[in-house]
Ligand binder design. Structure first.
Ligand code: DON
Length: 309
């Protein structure tokens, strides 16, 4: 069974919103802190091309860490798993998303997985292009294909806000560069990374990207295999094991779908063969996942039996 009615979805959104005061809007990237904690919207995209939504689906937000799954897919397409996993691992960390600790305690500063910041920065360092501008354009072109829309861009203000304050991510880069895990100019990697994180979308566009992963990489809109099936499978597996950071185990038990969160409050869900989900709820829990978004997914799982397990 699947939620097909907007009234039903709206009523679940209204219920989930009630816990907004338990969460907090991210403020370590200064430009993100303006969002209202009680905002919550959701869209669901189905393989037959239909979509339903609740809340203001025109409202845009930045992808932040959700972009990590998109750049991972891109480098896997361009270079293949062997090359990529030589530089970044496949294991969950149990640590916060921006932690440096495992880089220091493992023998080489190879990040444990591509969903934590260190791993995502290593992935970004592999993006094709002669300079930062070309690399960002290359990522955005891929996002245009995934959303089947041509007006995708990044938010300059959010990108600059992170670029000028992101000293911890710079440290992660220098640490990895010191160990030869990444190469290239750290400022350029930071420019590309902060711009990819600042790519803007609304819930409906995010649900469409989630749907492509649920459909093994095939776009339901054009029939094109945008991501090879095996790479879509690798991405979904990372979403299950590491997509919600050090809350991924609890998320797998309570909700049980491949999902990826971002500190702006976005969550992308991919229910295999069934639906893509896009959520925006800026009030975050203590590990940096959308608090109201998690509540909404729990309600959706209970009502429509979404779990893969
Ligand atoms: O690198 C950062 O800290 C942010 N641009 C992205 C982190 C993030 O979204 C973590 N997500 N829950």
């Amino acid at each position: 069974m699947a939620c097909r009615s907007e009234e039903e979805l709206q009523s679940l959104v209204d219920d989930a919103k009630k816990v907004y005061f338990e969460g907090k809007v991210a403020n370590y990237i200064p430009a993100l802190q303006r969002e209202s904690p009680d905002y919550l919207s959701c869209a669901i995209a189905y393989p037959d091309g239909n979509c339903i939504s609740a809340g203001d689906i025109k409202k845009q937000f930045t992808l932040q860490s959700i972009s990590k799954i998109i750049t991972l897919a891109l480098v896997l397409i361009d270079f293949g798993p062997e090359h990529v996993f030589h530089r970044v691992g496949m294991e969950p960390t149990g640590d916060p998303f921006n932690s440096i600790i495992k880089l220091e305690t493992s023998s080489k500063a190879k990040p444990l997985n591509p969903m934590i910041n260190a791993g995502a920065l290593a992935v970004t360092s592999m993006i094709k292009g002669r300079n930062a501008g070309e690399k960002v354009e290359y990522i955005i072109d891929f996002v245009k294909k995934l959303t089947n829309e041509s007006d995708i861009d990044y938010c300059e203000e959010v990108a600059i806000s992170e670029f000028t304050t992101s000293f911890l991510n710079r440290s992660l880069c220098y640490y990895m560069k010191g160990d030869g895990v990444i190469h290239g100019n750290v400022e350029e990697i930071m420019e590309v990374y902060t711009k990819q994180c600042a790519i803007r979308m609304n819930c409906l566009q995010l649900a469409r990207v989630g749907l492509i992963f649920s459909m093994d990489g095939v776009s339901p809109y054009t029939g094109e295999q945008i991501i090879p099936k095996d790479i879509a499978r690798i991405c979904k597996t990372f979403m299950v094991t590491c997509g919600m950071y050090n809350a991924s185990g609890e998320f797998a038990i309570k909700i049980g779908i491949p999902a990826k969160s971002g500190v702006s409050g976005g969550i992308m869900g991919s229910v295999p063969d069934r639906m893509g989900i896009g959520i925006f709820g800026p009030a975050l829990n203590e590990v940096g996942n959308s608090h109201t978004g998690m509540k909404l997914l729990e309600l959706l799982q209970k009502k429509f039996d979404l779990s893969m397990f």
